[in-house]
Design a protein around this ligand. Structure first.
Ligand code: HEC
Length: 171
């Protein structure tokens, strides 16, 4: 039996409709925006929302000489910008937001696998009890047995800049 030419053309026509439809379906089904609409997130952003607050905290206390430290830097735009850049992208081995979330809510991309969970910097009830010196010591030394690594590559100044920025996240 000969394949009718009209049928072949019809199939081709349907096929092209599918292709054209796909191409013209617009940005609403494109990858990034689709993620946004369904999950309020995109790669690397982790989850939005308030996070757990007040957050239960069993974190080891820094030695007294650290607890007493005050941030020597002023929250001016230069220091805050430096802290923000480190938090979101520049800190090595990995940016803080990967765990602590881009809004500081503790729900970063890697947070679901971590127990205890990353600190929720947006929660003032919890953050008000954590001194600058405690944070400085934790960032410098890490918290063994948790996901919180030591940031040996950051200078003292950089750590204080990050802490200034963290203090802006609480609400
Ligand atoms: C791989 C995941 C991860 C990354 C990256 C990370 N943290 Fe953490 N962080 C944690 C976890 C988990 C905890 C909670 C530990 C606990 O409850 O004992 C924590 C706790 C903290 C605390 C709370 C200390 C306290 O006394 O409550 C501070 C401050 C902190 N991190 C700062 C930072 C900063 C600044 C960076 C980036 C320079 C960073 N973290 C990067 C996982 C991470």
């Amino acid at each position: 039996m000969v394949f009718p030419k009209s049928l072949a053309l019809f199939i081709l026509f349907i096929f092209s409709l599918v292709l054209v439809g796909d191409a013209f379906s617009g940005p609403s089904v494109r990858h990034g925006l689709r993620q946004y609409r369904q999950h309020d997130m995109h790669h690397g952003m982790g989850h939005m929302g308030k996070g757990s607050c007040p957050q239960v905290r069993f974190t080891v206390s820094a030695p007294d000489e650290f607890l007493r430290l005050k941030n020597p830097l002023k929250p001016d735009s230069i220091n805050l910008f430096a802290g923000e850049s480190l938090f979101h992208t520049d800190a090595q081995p990995t940016a803080c937001k990967i765990c602590h979330g881009s809004t500081g809510n503790g729900m970063g991309m890697m947070a679901p696998g971590l127990n205890p969970p990353p600190r929720n910097f947006s929660c003032s009830e919890t953050m008000n009890d954590i001194s600058d010196g405690q944070m400085f010591w934790v960032v410098k030394n890490g918290l063994p047995g948790t996901g919180m690594v030591a940031y040996k590559s950051l200078s003292d100044e950089q750590v204080w800049q990050i802490i200034l920025y963290l203090r802006t996240l609480a609400n």
